[in-house]
Ligand binder design. Structure first.
Ligand SMILES: [Zn+2]
Length: 83
């Protein structure tokens, strides 16, 4: 019996980031994670992925700005010096 399904990586791999061109390392557990989820391996290093994700979040939160602003009232600061 041969099980070719579910490739298991025992070693990590070096990749070159398609954004900044830096080399980055994918650990075996990361490779297994992506394989298991049927995802392709990331082409970008982690910092570049974080930047991408952050900018996406920024886009989303921009839409919410202007709402719920009254949560930040300054009541706390007024209590100072009352000891
Ligand atoms: Zn990068």
């Amino acid at each position: 019996m041969s099980e070719t399904q579910g490739q298991v990586f025992t070693e990590g791999k070096k990749k070159t980031c398609s954004d900044c061109g830096n080399e980055f390392f994918l650990s075996a557990s990361e490779l297994n994670f992506f394989a298991k989820k049927n995802l392709s391996e990331p082409k970008r290093c982690r910092p570049c992925r974080d930047i991408k994700r952050a900018s996406r979040n920024a886009d989303a939160s921009e839409k919410f700005e202007g709402e719920g602003r009254d949560n930040g009232r300054g009541d706390r600061g007024r209590r100072r010096g009352r000891d």
